[in-house]
Each structure stands twice: as C-alpha cells, then as structure tokens.
Design a protein around this ligand. Structure first.
Ligand code: C5J
Length: 222
C-alpha cells in the first residue's frame, strides 16, 4: 500500500521517487532584521521564527536522499526582467533594484537576495531564481521537475499568501500534488497565513493539502 502523510483535507499518499521539497524565498532581505522586508515596516520576526522548522524539513529530505529545490525572488542586475508595474508598486522610499540595507534590493548576487545562512543550499541542490511571485513563471522549474520524474511537491517558505501560494497554485494547475508544511511557512500578516492555508485545503483540497512538519518527517522516517 502507498505510504501516506496525515494531512488536511485528507491523507496525502506519496511515492518517494516522485517527491521533492521546494523551499520558497527564504532570503535575507525578507527575513533578517535590517533587510528590505523590515524597511517596508514589516515584523520580520514572523518569518524568522520558521527558520528552525524549515531546517528540520531540509535535514529530513537530505537524510532520506530526496531532492530539495530552493527558490529566490530576484532580478537581473540590469532589471530587464522587472516590469514597471512591479517596480512602481513597491514602497515609495525603497524599490526593487534600489540600493538597500543589504545591497541592491532583490537583485541577483546581492547579499540580501541570498538565502539565510542556516538554510543555505547544499552543493548540487537546485536553486531557481524567479522574477515573479510564482516559481514557474519565466524559470526552468517545470523542465527540472519533469526531467527528474518529480510529481509531488512539499512546500515551505515565505510568504504564505504571496510566493508560496502563487507557486503552489501554479504547480497544482500543472498536475503536481502539493502539500504545504503549515509550520514551515509564514507571513508578515498571521491572518493572511491562516486564510491562505484555509483556501488551499477548501473544497476537497482545491489547491492541495496542508500538515505540520512533524507529520511529514514522521512519514519519511516511517
Ligand atoms: C513577496 C514573497 N511577498 N516571497 N515575496 O513579495 O512572498
């Protein structure tokens, strides 16, 4: 019988050879005090508090020999992949591409665009740089997943209602089974996190499944 992870709205059956962890945008500019996120007036401690839980998930996947994918929301240094609509709707004082507290904001190669050290990708792990909120838009993620036979994705990262939910919806529409680790994702706005997870599992899992990290690690070890 296929193993399952206990989840909402019902058990998530999985096949190890088709499963991967995708960690969305655990970047210094979103998470660390003194970064872009905080400069917008956000309470970054909401995001920082999940770092140990995401680390637990990463360790479990690495120990099981299962693939891990990391994403980073960032743009080319010449900003050719940054639409005016995205740049102009940021905070008026500091926008994407401007010189910020951790280098140019959300620009590839700048310190703030890096993943926080505690969750740094291991050599050989796939890192997807994405100019949009969704991980599939203008990236090679789909071909990477297809090329590696991955059909089921466990989601972690930030922020729940923006890049995580957008990526999960994109994956769901492309035929992937998607499960979000509820304590390994966060929002600057706790109510938005709660609402996003409710939206995901509503109507019989219209976008996917949700469960705490311990259920996932327990099933991987079981
Ligand atoms: C945002 C993200 N919130 N990674 N990015 O702008 O969710």
């Amino acid at each position: 019988m296929m193993p399952v992870i206990q989840a909402d709205p019902f058990d998530f059956p999985f096949q190890r050879e088709m499963l991967a962890l995708i960690v969305i945008d655990m970047q210094r500019d979103f998470i660390e005090p003194g970064g872009f996120g905080e400069s917008l007036g956000n309470d970054v401690s909401q995001l920082g508090s999940i770092v140990p839980t995401v680390a637990t998930l990463l360790s479990a996947f690495r120990a099981a020999g299962l693939p891990v994918i990391h994403t980073r929301e960032c743009h080319k240094p010449d900003l050719s992949d940054l639409p005016d609509a995205k740049r102009d709707r940021g905070a008026p004082t500091l926008r994407i591409g401007d010189e910020g507290p951790m280098g140019r904001v959300l620009v590839a190669g700048e310190p703030g665009a890096e993943i926080v050290p505690a969750l740094a990708p291991y050599p050989g792990e796939k890192v997807v740089d994405k100019p949009g909120k969704g991980a599939f838009y203008a990236t090679d993620l789909m071909s990477h997943l297809q090329g590696n036979g991955i059909k089921q994705l466990i989601f972690a990262g930030v922020t729940t209602e923006v890049c995580v939910q957008t990526s999960m919806r994109e994956a769901n529409d492309r035929g992937f089974d998607c499960l979000i680790a509820t304590d390994a994702t966060a929002s600057y706005f706790p109510d938005f996190k709660t609402a996003a997870i409710e939206m995901i599992v509503a109507q019989g899992g219209i976008v996917g499944w949700a469960t705490p990290t311990a259920e996932i690690t327990g099933a991987l070890n079981g």
